[in-house]
Design a protein around this ligand. Structure first.
Ligand SMILES: [Fe+2]
Length: 383
């Protein structure tokens, strides 16, 4: 087991909050984890919120069934109000469904009671390392303006970002070794999206999934398919800048009304330039808001002037905006979303591609939401 956690009392230990109403598991976790963490405990959701509001917490182990609230509800509040706190769900009522629900709402991992101590320590270690990686990236993108500067400044900033990330992620095989090694970049790019906002990562993951559904039905070469998956995953990378991320900014109605974040396609394409990714990936990022009728942004390209892979990602990201389940909004059903997509054929989208997309979505609609939710960026590391 790698041990990024330390038992050296001289060093500052991270703080872990155990949230569990039963004394047995609470005490067991306290005893097992005390060598590595400052331990706080809470017997209810309200007590946990009090602790969170009064001191710095790094990781939470969260019982799924609490006397005053369901753990999953508390998890959502924690991820909303304390986004940099990582949560591990520990439950005696586990199932694959509730595990996926927890992961979907931002839990770093999931353990069943009675837990295996080795598995617990391993998951806690992984979670702590994830938090350290995300904290580093949050700080970097929150303070470094050079990423968005001249080509030279941006290249230097990427070099520093990758070196810092590698130092933290040294125990993982996927840590980036250098900018030239493209296959190593996916973990850091995925973490960058999550460090900005977990909803951004989820959106990008789903869009990549939807785009690749279509890739299997048209004649794309293997390199084009890879570029499509990666480009779709990175299409909104321009949003990791200083402005807050808002999912709704890219919805068709919102952009037509407000023009919100219309610079993010160009900014994103420029941002990834020093990484030397395939040209198609940059094109997807730059052109994913162009429209078939030429009324899109930022360049107003029209028809076949918009690269085909960007046209596919435009479809995929619109479909996700219509169907994504997010707090405070009611998603369209898949049928209604398909109708809406078809109504945009010839204006926003290429007509034939729209029909094919809707056809593919209808074919697998029974399993579509679960498949899109289950997908993780690492699933496509070799796609
Ligand atoms: Fe976008």
């Amino acid at each position: 087991m790698n041990t990024p956690v330390t038992s050296d009392p001289v060093l500052n230990k991270p703080t872990l909050l155990v949230v569990d109403d039963e004394a047995g598991p609470r005490d067991a976790l306290r005893v097992i984890l005390r060598p590595f963490f400052n331990i706080q405990t809470a017997e209810s959701a309200s007590a946990a919120v009090e602790v969170l509001n009064s001191q710095q917490i790094d990781i939470i182990t969260l019982d799924q069934k609490l006397p005053d609230r369901q753990g999953i509800d508390l998890l959502q509040d924690i991820k909303h109000d304390h986004a940099n706190v990582e949560v591990i769900i520990i439950t005696g009522y586990g199932s694959l469904k509730s595990a996926m629900e927890g992961i979907r709402h931002g839990a770093a991992g999931y353990l069943l009671k009675p837990f295996n101590v080795t598995e617990l320590l391993s998951l806690v270690n992984q979670t702590l390392e994830k938090k350290q990686r995300l904290d580093f990236l949050r700080h970097f993108i929150g303070t470094s303006t050079r990423l968005w500067g001249s080509d030279t400044e941006s290249a230097q900033a990427w070099k520093e970002l990758l070196a810092g990330y590698k130092a933290i992620a040294k125990s993982t095989s996927g840590s980036p070794s250098n900018v030239e090694d493209k296959s190593d970049l996916l973990p850091v790019l995925s973490d960058l999206l999550e460090a900005k906002d977990r909803q951004l990562l989820n959106h990008c993951s789903r869009v990549s999934f939807y785009a690749t559904l279509l890739a299997n039905r048209i004649n794309l070469t293997q390199p084009e398919q890879k570029s499509l998956a990666l480009g779709a995953f990175l299409h909104d990378i321009g949003k990791i800048g200083p402005e807050p991320y808002r999912f709704a900014d890219d919805e068709i109605t919102a952009t037509e009304k407000s023009g919100g974040s219309q610079h993010h396609p160009e900014q994103g394409a420029k941002l990834v330039l020093p990484l030397g990714l395939p040209a198609e990936v940059g094109q997807i990022i730059a052109y994913h808001h162009e429209r078939w009728d030429g009324a899109g942004y930022p360049f107003g390209l029209q028809g076949n002037g918009v690269p085909q892979l960007a046209r596919i990602v435009c479809l995929a990201q619109t479909f996700d905006h219509l169907t994504a389940e997010l707090p405070g909004r009611t998603p369209l059903s898949i049928d209604d979303a398909c109708q809406q997509m078809l109504s945009y054929a010839g204006t926003h989208f290429e007509p034939k591609l729209t029909e094919l997309f809707v056809h593919v979505v209808q074919e697998c609609k029974a399993s579509l939401p679960a498949m899109a939710l289950a997908i993780t960026p690492t699933d496509r590391s070799d796609s």
